[in-house]
Design a binder for this molecule. Structure first.
Ligand SMILES: Cc1cc2nc3c(=O)[nH]c(=O)nc-3n(C[C@H](O)[C@H](O)[C@H](O)COP(=O)(O)O)c2cc1C
Ligand code: SF4
Length: 508
């Protein structure tokens, strides 16, 4: 009997390890031979811990499991109270286009054999037979843009590093994933670590870098240990090392653990942290692509950007590019969280409207109350009201509404949310997390909190002051922490004027 149960952090937080122990115990008591595979999560977080059992070649799901439900797994499965039927046919799974997350939750994260059997290493094998310029051209042609937040074209960044002079170059994977409501990087690393390893190896071939680092936030202990083990397996199997897959081309990588600051997700701050320095933002230029880690040409890419490369090389640029909308090509792993009924990860082509994501996929709020606002793109993203729910999910489309998609995290709030308090929180977050390098952010965020308090107290002059301050932060900050904090603040003020009514009324 084969049973799958995620090792994923969300599943573990919801009791997966206890379910694993209960399954082992129950099987032993019944004298049954059970193979328990700890897989990644399928992304249906409201069903975690989700157990899967194969019946006639089809994997059936049971969740959310509690210890008391385990005995029933060894009885009449059709009558199990937590049965959800075949997992792949579940509407949440069936509606997705899984390119980057195709193997997550499906395979054993530590089995290179299963990885290969599901298309793994085909992209690397193809890349090993191409020139560096050809690989870069393929990635450019796919239309892939950075999934870390800024949406910069990945192929163009790689081209800059490829053509930069230098005896040594690096690939740095940004796995700091500090945005609220985001967990795609973690899920990918925990559920399919070889995809990231393969993507980094291809990036190395494309740019002439022979060494890579994955900078993972310290709050992700499971992802760290899965990645470390997977790198060891890949190295001993000859996927990584001096001669990748016996070709004589070399690439190796190491895992590094972050120091716990939001700003260390900003690429130059991350590079400083990786070099053992304080996580403070560097002025640009020079670009990291020209002078990055240890002053060498460096690709800094998000986990999902790099993990999307193997399928692009395997199936070709056109296959990837054919999904999407406008200049947002391919798929995006939406992460839906907050006050939501069906929270989790949903990979789909760009272009769904925000309303479809919130109401159809997310199922509305968990509280059953009307959804008032959705913050898209983490703590620096704008709050969208229902009036803007027709906005299609795409980089330009969100920018056109004074918002951003960032790392594609969405946080839902119901009608009890106080937008004035949330706007204040954005300023407070910026004040706490500021690296201190530039004045508009370091001082501006502190003044911003004070100004919000004046608004809350009904000071009529404080609203124009806040607008003025936001414009200064937007225009004058060195990086997007100070530069984008105005998005949540101004969107709250613009779209939810009633929540700022006390001060407005006093002003009139
Ligand atoms: C304050 C701040 C925090 C950031 N945090 C992250 C992060 O956690 N992960 C990430 O990939 N990018 C983050 N970024 C964006 C990175 O600076 C950079 O654009 C990204 O790693 C580039 O990779 P990509 O092109 O693949 O997106 C952050 C940026 C800022 C300004
Ligand atoms: S905007 Fe803030 S975090 Fe960014 S460089 Fe300036 S002080 Fe540092």
């Amino acid at each position: 009997m084969k049973i799958w149960l995620p090792l994923d952090s969300a599943a573990v937080a919801l009791g997966a390890d206890d379910i694993a122990a209960a399954i082992t115990q129950e099987a032993a008591a019944r004298g049954l031979d059970v193979t328990l595979i700890r897989n990644g999560s399928r992304g249906m977080v409201w069903l975690e811990p989700l157990v899967e059992i194969e019946l006639d070649g089809v994997r059936h799901g049971f969740g959310p499991m509690e210890s008391g439900d385990v005995a029933g797994l060894f009885g009449d499965l059709a009558a199990h109270p937590k049965a959800i039927g075949p997992v792949d046919a579940h509407p949440w799974m069936a509606g997705q286009t899984r390119l980057t997350f195709a193997r997550v939750g499906v395979i054993d994260p530590f089995s290179l054999e299963e990885y290969r059997a599901h298309g793994g290493l085909k992209g690397l094998e193809r890349a090993l037979g191409m020139t560096d310029a050809q690989i870069v051209a393929e990635v450019k042609d796919s239309g892939l843009r950075g999934r870390g937040g800024a949406g910069f074209p990945t192929g163009i960044k790689w081209e800059t590093v490829r053509t930069a002079p230098g005896p040594k170059k690096y690939i740095v994977c940004n796995a700091d994933e500090g945005d609220s409501a985001t967990f795609a990087d973690r899920m990918l690393m925990e559920g399919d670590p070889f995809t990231l390893i393969e993507g980094m190896a291809i990036a190395g071939l494309a740019t002439g870098a022979s060494k890579g680092y994955v900078y993972i936030r310290s709050e992700y202990p499971i992802a760290i240990s899965v990645m470390e083990r997977a790198v060891r397996i890949a190295r001993s199997a000859g996927v990584l090392g001096l001669s990748m897959l016996g070709t004589g081309k070399s690439f190796d990588m190491e895992i590094r653990v972050g120091a716990g600051a939001y700003v260390c997700g900003e690429e130059t701050s991350l590079l400083n942290s990786l070099e053992g320095k304080r996580g403070v933002v560097r002025a640009k230029p020079p670009l990291p692509a020209l002078q990055g880690f240890m002053g060498r040409p460096t690709v800094v890419n998000n986990v999902i950007s790099l993990a999307s490369v193997p399928v692009i090389l395997e199936k070709g640029a056109a296959h990837y590019r054919d999904f999407g909308l406008g200049r947002s090509r391919g798929t995006i792993p939406l992460q839906i969280a907050g006050n939501v009924k069906y929270g989790g990860l949903y990979e789909v082509a760009f272009g769904l409207t925000l309303g479809q994501i919130v109401d159809q996929i997310g199922g509305g709020s968990a509280s059953g109350r009307p959804v008032k606002a959705v913050q898209v793109g983490g703590p620096l993203g704008a709050y969208f009201p229902r009036a803007l729910f027709d906005t299609p999910f795409g980089y330009e489309e969100f920018a056109g509404k004074e918002g951003l998609i960032g790392h594609a995290g969405l946080t839902l709030f119901d009608d009890r949310a106080d937008m004035l308090k949330l706007a204040r929180f954005a300023m407070e977050f910026c004040a706490i997390e500021s690296c201190g390098k530039c004045t508009p952010c370091r001082i501006g965020a502190v003044r911003g909190v004070e100004t919000m308090d004046r608004i809350a107290a009904g000071d009529p002059g404080a609203i124009p002051l806040l607008t003025d301050l936001c414009n200064t932060m937007k225009a004058g900050s060195l990086c997007a922490l100070g530069g984008f904090t105005p998005y949540p603040v101004m969107s709250a003020l613009t779209h939810f004027p009633d929540d700022f009514a006390t001060a407005r009324e006093a002003a009139e």
